[in-house]
Design a protein around this ligand. Structure first.
Ligand SMILES: Cc1cc2nc3c(=O)[nH]c(=O)nc-3n(C[C@H](O)[C@H](O)[C@H](O)COP(=O)(O)O)c2cc1C
Length: 238
């Protein structure tokens, strides 16, 4: 799609800094639909993401309207009866340890406490988690898949593509939430979307206009300071 096509959509004048720093996982959206042309334009921008030897291993499945609602219904039917299924790949460590465990807990409890959900309120937590499978009310759901025979490096490439989608969306006033939660329902998702067996579901993503007034969207995660993860190499070891 050409740049001229994009000019139809109002664009925000934001710096790259603001586009990256201002992004956050959004978990409540307006019902306002997103035109297919705009979704296509965002994916076209993200398609400039780098990949090893320009292999471009990402594949995107776009859902909205009845198709999205029907998939949501199918997933929730399973979630409400048998709960979350087994994932096909481990997104997270099998054995959690600090500092990752501590960060994960801070993120989870931070979200729940923003919503006024206490640790004893298992039903409240369940309800909040359940919203994953409704794409948090977003008008658009994206699913990302990758050919199974691609290696670890291609998963990195997909990650760069995902971030590019999330950042590019912001230019048009749209926000996102990447969602590994969908991996627990990969079987029904692959079946209903017709994702071939030769591909693996990487994750999903909610896309839409944010509900700025929603309490859940006031939650902002912390980041470690640079000295925690940056090492300035002053001399080489012998
Ligand atoms: C690949 C990926 C999968 C994620 N899966 C989920 C998910 O299933 N549900 C959810 O609420 N958040 C999910 N998140 C959002 C993370 O919790 C979030 O990125 C992290 O807490 C940092 O917060 P921020 O995105 O607001 O900066 C996911 C993030 C990534 C990158």
């Amino acid at each position: 799609m050409s740049q001229a096509a994009a000019s139809k959509f109002p664009e925000r004048d934001i710096s790259v800094d603001e586009a990256i720093r201002g992004r956050k996982s959004t978990r409540a959206f307006l019902k306002k639909p997103v035109p297919h042309e705009l979704i296509a334009h965002i994916l076209d921008i993200a398609n400039r993401a780098p990949s090893g030897s320009n292999t471009q291993p990402w594949k995107v499945w776009v859902l909205d309207g009845k198709v999205k609602d029907d998939l949501v219904r199918d997933i929730l039917q399973i979630y409400d009866t048998t709960g979350e299924g087994k994932r096909e790949y481990n997104y997270y460590p099998v054995n959690w340890r600090d500092p990752y465990q501590a960060r994960r807990r801070a993120c989870g409890w931070g979200l729940y406490s923003t919503m006024g959900i206490t640790r004893e309120n298992k039903k409240g937590m369940h309800e909040q988690r359940r919203q994953n499978y409704e794409f948090f009310g977003a008008p658009v759901g994206l699913m990302f898949s990758i050919d199974r025979d691609m290696e670890l490096g291609s998963w990195l490439d997909c990650g760069m593509f995902l971030q590019s989608v999330m950042v590019a969306a912001r230019q048009f006033g749209l926000e996102t939430c990447p969602q590994a939660a969908f991996c627990s329902f990969y079987e029904i998702i692959q079946k209903r979307l017709g994702i071939p067996e030769s591909e693996m579901l990487v994750c999903g993503m909610a896309l839409g206009y944010p509900d700025e007034g929603a309490t859940v969207n006031s939650f902002t995660t912390e980041r470690e300071p640079l000295d925690v993860f940056v090492r300035w190499v002053k001399e080489l070891k012998v």
